[in-house]
Design a protein around this ligand. Structure first.
Ligand code: ADP
Ligand code: MG
Length: 382
């Protein structure tokens, strides 16, 4: 069981918990200037469990430092729970951070002269939360939660790196902050302890906490509700990252600049059966129906595709004419990303892994469509 948590407001609508607007960060030092973040726009909703993934040096920690108010953006705005983080004075910000954010730093930053229990109590002391008598008990429950209750009296250096990391996670939970921000929180943990921490974050997010977890390990993102990819200080389009996960991050970024954004009304057709297809489409929002049409307008929906699915690849790779019609589902609009034939071909050349995966999908889809067509004819004529 988790230590008591303040009840979260039950609300059906989502609320922007964190918003970054055109955040740029340029470091200036003796070696010259380096721009680590190049105009980040990001909105994170309450209760989301977000993974921010990117290679080492891509700007993940810098981005987190902007969210937590630990470092200043060079330009741009950061708004957390409706509060402009950088409009506050330094001392106000520090208190605000203590109350609203639980932070797991990449290098833990446990105080070396305090034992683990005292380290976990520290944020409660700092913001004056919970009765003084209650704090050790709560800290102990949190240590138990991360499997460290037997080590509560030890100094950080007397436990393993993984245990220090777990203690840092317990500390981040101590003030029951609505937002947990964690920089590579599983980086030093064995796979079992890592899975336990992900379970814990998952549970916290289902109770309404917003969790932002930075990781360079793409496998960590299976459990999160959303994945944001950063490459060289820029965010990669999320639909591209999800739809084409085998692309390298620089390719994802390049592709983000090539796609065209399309909006479909409910029921609007984007591809007509037997007509030439010249684009590859990825679904950013909504759903589309794949429809086989007969001579007597007897439409049969053979598949429904949703978020991060794609279509058009069969025609681009196999011949120009469409094997089916595709239209937005009748009950909702859809947002698509479209890539021209030339850019699609360029992409297949650049990423043999993606080309191979596409080939497999094409085979499967052609087979499915043929089957559906045969079933339809049988029903009509036989
Ligand atoms: P990540 O966390 O994704 O590994 P960081 O956000 O730590 O990446 O760093 C992004 C880039 O910014 C790196 O090239 C790093 O060298 C540079 N950088 C980070 N902090 C500073 C700093 N204080 N001064 C100069 N360059 C920095
Ligand atoms: Mg980092």
């Amino acid at each position: 069981m988790m230590p008591q948590t303040q009840p979260m407001l039950a609300s059906a609508e989502t609320k922007n918990m964190i918003e970054m607007q055109q955040v740029v960060k340029t470091f200036v030092n003796a070696a010259g200037e380096f721009t680590a973040l190049r105009g980040i726009d990001l909105k994170l909703q309450e209760g989301e469990f977000i993974a921010i993934i990117g290679k080492s040096g891509s700007g993940k920690s810098t981005l987190l430092n902007m969210l937590t108010g630990i470092d200043h953006p060079t330009t741009g705005k950061v708004i957390v729970e409706g509060v402009d983080v950088y409009a506050m004075s330094e001392s106000k910000r520090s208190l605000w951070r203590g109350r609203n954010l639980g932070i797991v730093f990449q290098f833990f930053q446990l105080l070396p002269m305090l034992n683990l229990l005292e380290n976990v109590m520290l944020p409660m002391d700092y913001v004056g939360m919970y009765d003084i008598d209650e704090r050790p008990k709560r800290a102990m429950e949190l240590l138990r939660l991360v499997g460290l209750d037997e080590h509560a009296q030890k100094l950080p250096r007397a436990v393993s790196t993984g245990q220090q990391q777990s203690a840092a996670i317990a500390r981040a939970l101590s003030t029951d902050a609505p937002i947990i921000v964690a920089d590579e929180p599983t980086g030093n943990l064995d796979s079992r302890s890592a899975a336990h921490i992900i379970d814990l974050f998952d549970e916290l997010s289902s109770r309404g906490k917003t969790i932002v977890m930075v990781t360079h390990d793409p496998t960590m993102t299976k459990r999160t509700s959303r994945t944001v990819v950063i490459s060289d200080g820029e965010l990669v389009n999320e639909t591209i990252a999800q739809a084409l996960p085998l692309l390298s991050q620089p390719l994802m970024k390049e592709l983000s600049n090539k796609v065209e954004h399309l909006h479909l009304q409910p029921g609007e057709t984007i591809i007509r059966q037997k007509e030439k297809v010249d684009k590859f489409f990825m679904i950013a929002k909504g759903k589309v129906d794949v429809v086989l049409q007969g001579r007597r307008k007897d439409d049969v929906i053979v598949a429904q595709l949703g978020n991060n699915d794609f279509f058009g690849e069969v025609e681009l790779l196999h011949g120009g004419k469409s094997i089916a019609s595709v239209r937005a589902a009748v009950d909702s609009p859809a947002e698509l990303l479209a890539l021209s034939r030339d850019d699609f071909n360029w992409l297949m050349d650049e990423s043999p892994l993606t080309e191979k995966a596409m080939g497999n999908i094409v085979q499967k889809r052609i087979k499915e469509t043929k089957l559906a067509d045969r079933r339809k004819k049988k029903r009509l004529f036989g």
